[in-house]
Design a protein around this ligand. Structure first.
Ligand code: ADP
Length: 484
């Protein structure tokens, strides 16, 4: 078979034959040059060694038994000085021990004398495949190296002993590390940050069946860094080390803060004149400024409605800004969920009744308390219930319920309303996003209710989910962690 295989690009490979036996040198030289390889020959170990030092040979065919410097000596020299040359030893007496010893010292393969051109071909094909793999790995490694070094994000890899195996310049800059080489040092000595080290510990001890991205944001000097840490594993799932990716998000955070401050400022500034306009309209509407005709009343009422909507918008913008700047987390208490749900259901009875909607509280099981902020939770429920009322046609039904699910308390608000189209469902938690269709077009809203709900729930380490069927209704699920 091997006889039929043509070597691909043999001219790309250089081969050196070191053998004191003239016949072997000649046979190999003739055969390999005929194939297109560039071949050089040396008749002693001394000459061979000199040639090796002068230029690179991809493959060295090396006789083990030579007078003077032995093949094994040449092999040792090659391995320590020219590790990228692939060595095939030629064993004169076909003694297995010699070949084994040579392999132990780093020879790639051996070929016993006497050998046929066919034997030689097989061994050269294998050596070339090996060289190609070596090249591929080296290319890949250098490509990766360039890539990682050029990344603007910081990347660091550690081994399982928490020693730094790789750290790109961006990483070292972000953690203010200007000393000599960080490679090989313990993470603790290089980082001087307990939080990142803690994440690395956690990643290293992560169970093989679990794969989580550990993320955090840390204050580092004047900067805010976002950190992601993951373990990397071998094929058996054992943790071999960790990779940490760091991004400087200081500018992003500042922008967010500016935006939030700006929105708060505008909302705040708009609110008092709006209130004042609203009040003056009411004075006129109530007839305190003189008689008002029915027509005027109608126009003023509509204006007053719009003022209310604007007022609502500014309140919600303020709420959102407050929530996003982390101001809501202050006072948490053990909340009696049963009471909260009862109060909220009662509060909205009137609004539901005007639309002929049945608003009911389910039979609740005994519920454990959750640690939460009362005002925030009232806001969550009032948003969900008022949405349910708004987006349910007359004579519908809304059911509020709660139960324990694993380590969470799950509150649900279910309605028999319009439902939410599948293409919108992912987006209704985005700021200002409103579903626009025939059914909802006339309903006034800001598109800020659900983002507020989501922010509050997440600030309580909870989750929100929605299921909906168009024309049938929607159910919103709020999961709050239980006090354990
Ligand atoms: P708003 O109600 O002020 O428009 P929200 O953020 O509370 O803003 O809701 C966003 C959108 O999600 C709404 O405009 C509506 O289209 C949709 N939505 C919310 N709740 C429901 C619900 N219970 N049934 C149907 N659609 C809903």
């Amino acid at each position: 078979m091997a006889q039929n295989i043509r070597f691909e690009h043999p001219d790309k490979y250089t081969i050196l034959v070191i053998d004191d036996e003239k016949r072997i040198r000649e046979v190999t030289y003739t055969m390999l040059t005929k194939e297109g390889f560039e071949v050089a020959i040396a008749e002693t170990g001394e000459i061979g060694m000199k040639m090796i030092d002068e230029r690179h040979y991809d493959i060295v065919l090396l006789d083990l038994m030579m007078p003077g410097i032995s093949g094994l000596d040449v092999l040792s020299h090659l391995k320590s000085h020219h590790p990228y040359s692939v060595v095939v030893v030629i064993t004169g007496y076909a003694t297995l021990e010699h070949s084994i010893e040579a392999m132990k010292k780093g020879a790639f393969d051996f070929i016993p004398k006497p050998f046929s051109p066919q034997d030689l071909r097989v061994v050269i094909i294998k050596a070339i495949e090996f060289i190609r793999t070596l090249h591929d790995i080296a290319n890949e490694k250098s490509r990766m190296g360039v890539l990682i070094n050029q990344l603007s994000g910081g990347v660091m890899a550690t081994d399982s002993q928490k020693r730094v195996a790789l750290a790109n310049p961006a990483f070292l800059k972000m953690i203010d590390y200007f000393e000599e080489d960080a490679i090989g040092r313990l993470v603790g000595d290089v980082l001087r940050n307990k939080k990142i080290e803690g994440m690395i510990d956690e990643a290293l001890s992560m169970h093989e069946e679990k794969f989580a991205d550990l993320t955090d944001e840390i204050d580092f000097g004047d900067n805010i860094l976002s950190i992601r840490c993951i373990p990397f594993r071998d094929r058996l799932g054992r943790n071999l080390g960790t990779i940490t990716v760091v991004n400087d998000i200081t500018a992003l955070k500042k922008m967010e803060q500016l935006k939030s401050d700006f929105v708060s400022m505008v909302a705040h500034e708009v609110r008092s004149p709006l209130n004042s306009i609203g009040m003056q309209l009411k004075v006129i509407l109530d007839g305190l400024a003189g008689d008002v005709t029915e027509k005027q009343k109608e126009i003023l009422s509509r204006a007053s409605e719009k003022i209310k909507a604007l007022n609502n918008l500014s309140t919600e913008l303020l709420d959102l800004a407050r929530i996003e700047s982390g101001l809501i987390m202050q006072e948490k208490e053990k909340l009696d969920i049963d009471k909260l749900l009862r109060d909220q259901t009662n509060f909205f009875q009137e609004a539901a009744r005007t639309k002929g909607i049945r608003l009911e509280l389910d039979n609740l099981p005994e519920l454990p308390p959750v640690l939460a902020n009362l005002g925030n939770m009232e806001e969550v429920l009032s948003n969900l219930i008022s949405n349910a009322i708004n987006y349910t046609p007359d004579n519908g039904r809304i059911v509020i319920s709660a139960r324990v699910e694993k380590k969470y308390l799950c509150i649900t608000v279910r309605d028999t309303g319009f439902g939410i189209p599948a293409e919108d469902i992912e987006r209704i938690f985005e700021r200002f996003y409103r579903v626009k269709n025939e059914k909802t077009r006339h309903i006034i809203g800001t598109g800020l209710g659900l983002p507020i709900v989501k922010s509050i729930v997440e600030a309580h380490n909870g989750k929100i989910k929605v299921e909906s069927e168009l024309g049938k209704g929607s159910t919103f699920f709020i999961y709050l962690p239980l006090v354990l």
